[in-house]
Ligand binder design. Structure first.
Ligand code: HEM
Length: 470
């Protein structure tokens, strides 16, 4: 249906409560009924410069562009100004690189904000869609498990873009636990177990989680207390696990236990003896885990070598977390760039202030250095096997720039909106609330950083004595 055409004169006649039109980016909106429900209040809409006028500038200084794309607001449009064209477009899928944008679009799901709020498991239809595109298998990185699979309909090579959802709890819910819990099953599980679990997980039917952390031990995995005792029927596992990503929704738990020989890692299926309960954390649901009988076929690796199984996971786990963190930092820079060019203060866009440009420059340089670090380490990981990675990259990955200390200038740019859960600053608020966790996920940043430096020290040549340059 052709869009109805109006002149600016016609629109200007509808300038009072009960009969209120505005022009935004050449589109005409009838706000007569919506006016009373407007989250920003009635009075702003009745101002002389807004009611019946072109309110494009006022609108984009206060709203996210996506507002007008939401069906409940899009339907307020009644026509367009004759002879004018819209100047503001949402970022088009395919505008930069077809594959890259399509991958982002696939991840930006409407389910995200609702589930982020209620903390429930993402809808099965989302897992089904991810399974069809082989995204679940892709998240495990390159390897034999990708053989014969067409990734994202063949449009893209694996890249880490998920965090751009700006819904971190939801993103974890989509398989954050699988990403870290499945590799020990893939690499150390017996063939039958491996086949069964991989099929179920890659088809989007089941979820895995990694259950290492306890109330007693986190980064110091050697201090775990959860105990696996040998019995005639199998392992009897007693203990609790805490802060387990996807613990509430997982069907399989990859569990680090203490045994008589030291440490052992077991794959525990949800069933009798497994209890999970929700503890509300700042941004996502977590779980507690208790008591169960486990068949010996579910032992991952050797009894006594559990620590190696757990440590073998750390490189790619840490890599994934760094990729996630840097991706969210880049999206925050994007938000700041958009806002700074959209927002007018003292009659000029924020970007006309040198101090704002300087903050943007500092943020971009920090974040893009981290991105370059990530691409460097990703390239190396893709060209090394697990053992080589452990020898040459473990320390390097530990000193990852995952920390939320980057991009702290965002507040100065967003002001009060940076602490507001809705509207323009929502992504900034979400980032601010969750970013400190980047420094503890997968091991405390300080502990890992120290490990990285110690690894480097171990490789320093011992034969040469340091001589100062004169
Ligand atoms: C089609 C027209 C409009 C729609 C659908 C709309 C919708 C909204 C929504 C959903 C919000 C909540 C914050 C957000 O999600 O971004 C909001 C806030 C606001 N709106 Fe509108 N709005 C419209 C037009 C306008 C116009 C023309 C003005 C003129 C000044 C305005 C002024 C405001 C203000 C001041 C806020 C509070 C924002 C803040 O403090 O961050 N709105 N609006």
């Amino acid at each position: 249906m052709a869009t109805k055409q109006f002149t600016t004169e016609e629109v200007s006649k509808h300038n009072k409560e009960g009969d209120l039109w505005v022009i935004i980016d050449s589109k005409v909106f009838d706000l007569s009924k919506f006016c009373g429900m407007h989250p920003g209040g009635v009075s702003v809409l009745l101002e002389e410069s807004v009611a019946g006028q072109d309110a494009t500038e006022a609108f984009f200084g206060l709203h996210r562009q996506e507002v007008l794309l939401k069906p409940q607001y899009a339907r307020l449009q009644i026509g367009a100004i004759a002879g004018e064209e819209p100047q503001i477009f949402p970022r088009a899928v395919g505008a930069l690189s077809m594959g890259h944008r399509a991958f982002q679009a696939a991840f930006r799901l409407p389910d995200a904000s609702a589930r982020e709020e209620d903390g429930k498991r993402p809808s099965q239809s989302v897992f089904d869609a991810m399974a069809r595109a082989n995204i679940i298998a892709m998240r495990l990185g390159p390897g034999p498990h990708l053989k014969g699979r067409v990734l994202m309909d063949g449009i893209v090579k694996p890249e880490e873009e998920g965090v751009r959802l700006n819904a971190r709890g939801y993103l974890d819910g989509l398989g954050g636990g699988t990403y870290i819990g499945l590799p020990p099953i893939m690499n150390f599980g017996q063939p039958a177990l491996r086949k069964k679990v991989l099929e179920e997980v890659f088809s989007g039917k089941k979820l895995v989680c990694l259950a290492i952390t306890e109330a007693f031990a986190g980064s110091d995995v050697a201090g775990l207390k959860c105990f696996a005792k040998r019995t005639e029927k199998g392992w009897l596992v007693t203990g609790t696990k805490k802060w387990i990503t996807n613990g509430m929704t997982a069907d399989y738990f990859t569990v680090g236990c203490r045994s008589e020989k030291g440490m052992v890692v077991l794959c525990i299926e949800r069933g009798p003896g497994v209890e999970t309960k929700q503890i509300k954390t700042s941004y996502s649901t977590t779980a507690a885990f208790q008591q169960v009988l486990v068949p010996y076929e579910n032992t991952l690796g050797e009894d006594g070598s559990g620590l190696q199984v757990i440590l073998s996971n750390f490189n790619h786990e840490r890599w994934g977390m760094t990729a996630g963190s840097i991706s969210s930092q880049r999206s925050i820079v994007e938000e700041c760039l958009k806002w700074a060019s959209q927002r007018k203060v003292f009659g000029k866009p924020l970007t006309s202030q040198a101090v704002i440009r300087s903050k943007l420059a500092a943020m971009i340089s920090r974040v893009e250095s981290a991105q370059a670090w990530l691409e460097n380490v990703t390239y190396q990981m893709c060209h090394m096997n697990y053992k080589q990675q452990a020898t040459h990259l473990a320390g390097f990955v530990c000193i990852s720039p995952a920390s939320g200390k980057l991009a702290t200038d965002r507040f100065q740019i967003f002001g009060g909106r940076g602490i507001t859960k809705s509207g323009m600053g929502s992504a900034i608020e979400q980032y601010h609330r969750t970013v400190p966790f980047d420094a503890v996920l997968g091991g405390a940043e300080d502990v890992l950083g120290d490990l990285g430096v110690r690894q480097a020290m171990r490789k320093m040549p011992r034969t040469r004595v340091y001589r100062p340059l004169v």
